[in-house]
Design a protein. Structure first.
Lengths: 290, 167
């Protein structure tokens, strides 16, 4: 690991929760404004998470606590590997592992809503996993390496070579950031069909840890969006930041335009987009590489 | 940071005529934008800080109310919304009605009205927020643990027995 990688990891570990809270805070305010409301305070997600850690520590069983901790650990680990310039495949597999731990935590409590939530989380993973893996393959085909530190040494922004992958990735980002569909287990919408499903039986600090993991995950996902724009020129970081802001805004907009997408729709749409946007780009890149 | 900056609500209808429920739900719709105050209507007792209970408690759902209350992690505040939740109201003498919410779980704030007025409801929630902060403060010092519904039931029985003896 290089010196810069080390510093990036430390920065990631320390300020990610704050940045992610700020991003989701802005997102909540923007969403509220789109709906003609004033919306919460900017740092509302931060207040929420601090409150959760101040609450009484209860859990249904010990297994649940351990599994949620493991979820949080692997979510942070995958982000750390990414910002250290590690292998993007390792990042994505560790992230999947983190999700699996959360699903196991939900199954461990043996409650109806948790179980239903866990099933929907698995469906959700089924919807977005192909695209995340394809994205990693796309990075490999365009740069010849799976390592983030090599990928960022490119001379032209990768978005030029990988527009299809970018569209596909942004599409699944809406699912991954728990925006849409609204009936997913832990969707951010005030929807109560499965009573928060997956996280339904987590409370207080244990729930806080799962929220914390989500914040780290959010920064990682936006980091991958940035990877499409970063080049060997340090100035490109500003471009990447601008791209991330635009992507976040488009996500809020999509979420507000399609507030009633259901999980069946998600599964179909995600795979169709993966197949056409990701698949076509993959074919073109393979042909170019020959 | 004060815990009242992020109060998450849970609403349960005991056995009200739905008048209070409509008022409570209307107050949490986007039109009134309670998200301004960080309030989220959760629908999940394990995530909730404030329990809004409307209508009297009847003999069929008393265990539901108890379970909801017990599943909420400390610090928590219970609001009895509307006169039926306060003392049984117009349904007080019905054969199946236990009485107000405080016949099964401890209530912190009583908000009267038939149906409860939004102004009164907001006033009640503001009181509840202050209580929530106080409880959180005490909890930090290790001086506070709320009663479980079973402990509350036992205390009520004891009080009733003492009253009988005194009479």
């Amino acid at each position: 690991m290089t010196m810069i990688g080390m510093i990036a990891v430390i920065i990631y570990l320390v300020i990610s929760p704050l940045i992610a809270c700020l991003i989701s805070g802005v997102d909540r305010v923007v969403t509220a404004r789109m709906q003609g409301r004033k919306g919460p305070k900017l740092m509302q997600p931060w207040y929420d998470i601090v409150k959760l850690f101040a609450k009484e520590a209860t859990s249904v069983n010990d297994m649940q606590k351990i599994l949620v901790m493991a979820h949080c650990f692997f979510a942070i680990f995958s982000g750390a590997v990414f910002f250290a310039g590690g292998d993007i495949l390792l990042v994505l597999f560790a992230l999947t592992m983190a999700e699996v731990f959360l699903v196991l935590a939900a199954y461990s409590v043996n409650a109806a809503y948790s179980e239903l939530g866990a099933q929907r989380e698995l469906l959700q993973m089924m919807a977005y996993e192909p695209m995340t893996l394809l994205t990693a393959v796309g990075f490999y085909l365009s740069t010849g390496s799976f390592k983030v530190e090599d990928i960022i040494k490119t001379d032209i922004p990768l978005i030029i070579k990988m527009p299809g992958f970018f569209i596909g990735f942004c599409f699944i980002l809406v699912i991954k950031m728990r925006k849409s569909p609204f009936d997913l287990a832990t969707s951010h919408h005030a929807h109560q069909e499965v009573i928060k499903g997956l996280t339904g039986d987590l409370s207080g600090p244990v729930y806080g840890f799962s929220e914390l993991a989500e914040l780290y995950e959010e920064v990682l996902m936006l980091g991958i969006v940035g990877l499409f724009f970063v080049t060997s020129d340090p100035l490109s970081l500003a471009g990447a930041a601008a791209a991330i802001i635009i992507v976040m805004f488009c996500m809020s907009l999509t979420d507000n335009i399609f507030p009633r997408v259901k999980w069946e729709g998600m599964l179909k749409a995600a795979w169709i987009v993966t197949f056409f946007a990701g698949g076509a780009n993959l074919v073109v890149l393979s042909l170019l590489n020959r | 940071m004060r815990i009242s900056k992020s109060p998450w609500l849970l609403h349960y209808d005991g056995s009200s005529c739905n008048g209070c429920d409509i008022e409570v739900l209307a107050a949490t719709t986007p039109r009134f934008d309670v998200e301004r105050f960080g309030i989220i209507n959760t629908g999940n007792p394990r995530h909730a800080d404030i329990f809004l209970c409307t209508g009297g408690v009847n003999s069929q759902n008393k265990d539901v109310v108890r379970q909801i209350y017990d599943q909420m992690p400390d610090p928590k505040v219970v609001l009895a919304c509307g006169i039926c939740a306060c003392d049984g109201g117009i349904f007080k003498d019905c054969y199946n009605i236990m009485g107000g919410t405080d016949t099964v779980i401890p209530v912190d704030v009583y908000v009267p009205g038939c149906a409860v007025r939004p102004e009164a409801l907001i006033d009640g929630v503001v009181k509840a927020l202050k209580l929530l902060d106080e409880k959180a403060e005490k909890m930090k010092r290790g001086e506070y643990k709320s009663l479980t519904s079973a402990e509350y039931e036992a205390a009520r029985r004891q009080d009733a027995a003492e009253e009988k003896n005194n009479a």
